[in-house]
Design a binder for this molecule. Structure first.
Ligand code: PLP
Length: 393
């Protein structure tokens, strides 16, 4: 059975070009880029080239790029660096819908005695800008807001938010893990001080990330060790990962157009067909202001986990917001923050596409999904022949 992979916000396939570029650095070209000999030197040269490719995608300078191990490390580094360098300020501003890489760090910081403000969002997933502006104080060390939400794809106005922070002398970090490669970014024109990205979300391997740090920003390393990354991140470089990420960034720059037109067209077709064929289904979040590859759809009165299991029988991979595997069956914190009703939030599915998806794949999902939903609803005590059996359910 062929896999239909529509879970690209979780991770992506490594592009064949990326694999080809990075493979020699696992085998023949295994030198350490810090070594004095030319065997290591040729790897250092290739790492420099990759740094330039990443910088080019972001409109940044190569020395503003710090290679890390993942998006989570980049997020943690940005916030911990701000707390270490901003004159003892003890307040962090973030949002209610952040990825756990920020949200769990926030909870950890609260336990350590810091103050963390999570700005609420509207029903469409938009940041409450009045609450945001009012939250900024003279004790705020850093604002960290995600650029695009990983569950709904909804975009935050990070440039506007960064400008407001800058006016008050507050550092601004954005978790751009779901944006890089999908939308143009130009850090030269931006008020953002730090930005996180993750290789495995843009067809590079897992285990490689980047923290962009604007030149002149005070910085304190999170991982303390050797002199790598100009003393800003200790640890021998993941050279195949870095070289693969460089190639992936070069490809992303070239494919941005396709992502914005063909991929968006497939995503729009998928959701329009589902909405028209499946009663009591709806899109979560703003349908206009979002990244082109993502849709989050709720199917009322059934469990997202059950839908996933039945789609899996047809080789269709997506993800759900509820965490059945953890035993909690709690709907996603993102949908709860948006006020999505309980019966809708439980049955939510995120489909996230990539340049490798085809129209035939979308057609197959559209063909299979209505039957899956109908079957599951036939078992639901709250669903009787298209009518709500229990108004308060
Ligand atoms: N931030 C966002 C918005 C994400 O979607 C993810 C991964 O899903 C991360 C951070 C964490 O990235 P990584 O898996 O590279 O640690």
């Amino acid at each position: 059975m062929k896999t239909i992979y529509l879970d690209n916000n979780a991770t992506t396939r490594v592009a064949p070009e990326v694999l080809e570029e990075s493979t020699p650095y696992f085998s023949d070209l295994y030198g350490n880029p810090s070594s004095a000999h030319s065997f290591g030197g040729q790897v250092a040269k290739k790492v420099r080239e990759a740094r330039g490719q990443v910088a080019a995608l972001l409109g940044a300078e190569p020395e503003e790029i710090i290679f890390t191990s993942c998006g989570s490390e980049s997020d943690n580094t940005a916030i911990m660096s701000a707390l270490a360098t901003q004159g003892g300020k003890r307040h962090v501003v973030t949002s209610r819908v952040e990825h756990p890489a920020i949200k769990s760090l926030g909870a950890h910081l609260v336990n350590l005695g810091y103050r963390v403000t999570e700005i609420p969002v509207t029903a469409g997933g938009h940041l409450d800008m009045d609450r945001y502006e009012n939250s900024l104080t003279s004790d705020t060390a850093i604002v960290s807001l995600m650029w695009a939400n990983n569950e709904t794809g909804v975009l935050f106005p990070v440039e506007e938010a960064a400008a407001l922070a800058r006016q008050r002398g507050i550092l601004f970090h954005t978790d751009a893990v779901q944006v890089v490669g999908k939308m143009p970014i130009d850090m030269k024109k931006s008020a953002i001080d730090m930005l996180s990205l993750s290789g495995h979300k843009l067809h590079a391997p897992k285990g490689i990330g980047v923290l962009y740090v604007r030149r002149g920003t005070k910085f304190s390393p999170y991982l303390i060790g050797g002199h790598q990354e100009r003393g800003r991140r200790g640890g021998t470089e993941n050279t195949p990962g870095i070289i693969g990420l460089g190639k992936a960034c070069e490809l992303a720059a070239r494919r941005m157009e396709e992502e914005n037109t063909r991929v968006k067209g497939l995503r729009d077709k998928l959701e329009q067909e589902i909405l028209s064929r499946v009663p009591n289904s709806r899109i979560n979040g703003d349908r206009v202001n979002r990244i082109p590859n993502t849709t989050n759809i709720s199917f009322e009165f059934i469990e997202g986990e059950a839908i996933l299991l039945m789609m899996d029988e047809f080789g269709i991979c997506a993800s759900s917001g509820s965490a059945c595997t953890s035993g909690s069956l709690q709907p996603s914190h993102v949908l709860r923050a948006m006020g999505v009703p309980f019966t809708m939030a439980h049955g939510s599915i995120r489909f996230s596409l990539s340049v490798y998806n085809t129209e035939e794949e979308i057609d197959l999902v559209v063909e299979k999904l209505p039957g899956i939903i109908e079957r599951l609803r036939s078992f639901s005590p709250y669903w009787k022949g298209g009518e709500r059996a229990c108004a308060g359910a």
